[in-house]
Design a binder for this molecule. Structure first.
Ligand code: AMP
Ligand code: ZN
Ligand code: FE
Ligand code: FE
Length: 287
């Protein structure tokens, strides 16, 4: 059943980073899912934004400039989404270039570990499959799938690529406050992505949100593909209590997360269209 409620999707990946679908493919899926406004939030790159803006005009979809930046807080990855920033700002472009370069330091080390475990793959073929400078573990997972070493990206992460597994290699990452600062300096709206990742305890998450709010954090990704209704309610309450915006998105990646589709997540995701105006107002104040 196609959706009948207009909605947002503010968390999407394309071939500009580790998604497997082009910007046009993602946006065609968005149109079918009744997505009225979206943000392409590729990791560490803005190269998909101009294309998305053009296709948005063609399809009648409101496109917000977006990005996702990985950071580290006490050995844990915290992802910061940025919206409506100046995606041509030289300072930001330099920072993103450094983040992409750190991927090229790390990835060959992951490949070496996989090779020592008996898997015959090279970074050259991973880069060729990626076809972008923002090369991530999902690209490595896809090569492992193509070679038959694993049946799914989930298996690749569970056995080799996830934090603590045999081929895991940490990457140099900024701390969350720094990533928040980069988005602010570019005139944008920083939002904490997928809070379930850091919800070791309700207090721990609330504390991080309060701390990042002091640094300029403006929102929390309340609606997300994998959230149970009780989690969505909890994060909405958290956002309200801290006077932070609620946002949401699917985190669509294509083949490495085959159960998640644009606009609908696992089928039960609806990011309310009413969340757009508060986000745009915050963006107008930020710029
Ligand atoms: P990287 O940017 O190279 O550190 O890779 C991290 C990305 O891998 C995340 O942003 C997710 O998109 C993806 N990822 C993490 N865990 C999994 C998993 N279990 N299955 C599929 N993709 C994953
Ligand atoms: Zn990703
Ligand atoms: Fe993320
Ligand atoms: Fe993401």
């Amino acid at each position: 059943m196609p959706p009948t409620t207009p909605r947002l999707d503010l968390h999407l990946h394309t071939t500009h980073s580790d998604g497997s679908c082009s910007v046009r493919d993602v946006m065609t899926r968005a149109q079918r899912a009744l997505v009225v406004a979206l943000a392409i939030t590729d990791h560490d790159t803005v190269t998909g934004i101009p294309e998305a803006l053009t296709i948005g005009q063609e399809l009648g979809i409101d496109v917000l400039p977006g990005i996702e930046i990985s950071s580290r807080h006490h050995e844990r990855e915290v992802h910061i989404l940025g919206y409506c920033f100046d995606w041509r700002q030289p300072a930001l472009l330099g920072r993103l270039q450094t983040l992409r370069a750190s991927r090229h330091d790390r990835n060959p080390q992951i490949i070496e570990k996989l090779r020592s475990l008996g898997m015959d793959i090279s970074y050259e073929e991973v880069r060729e499959l990626a076809g972008t400078e923002s090369v991530g573990r999902p690209h490595i997972a896809r090569v492992l799938m193509q070679r038959g070493y694993v049946a799914s990206a989930k298996e690749a992460f569970d056995r080799f690529l996830a934090n603590g597994k045999a081929a895991y290699v940490p990457r140099t990452l900024p701390d969350p406050a720094t990533a928040v600062g980069w988005i602010l300096e570019a005139g944008g709206v920083p939002v904490l992505a997928h809070p379930t990742w850091i919800r070791d305890s309700q207090q721990g998450l609330a504390q991080l949100c309060r701390q990042l709010k002091d640094e300029g954090l403006k929102g929390v990704e309340v609606h997300y593909s994998t959230h149970r209704p009780s989690e969505t309610a909890e994060y909405l309450q958290l956002a309200r209590s801290l006077d932070l915006l609620a946002t949401g998105g699917s985190d669509f990646h294509g083949v490495t997360k085959p159960d998640i589709d644009v606009g609908i997540g696992r089928g039960d995701l609806t990011v309310p269209a009413a969340l757009l105006e508060p986000l745009k107002k915050a963006a107008a104040r930020a710029s």
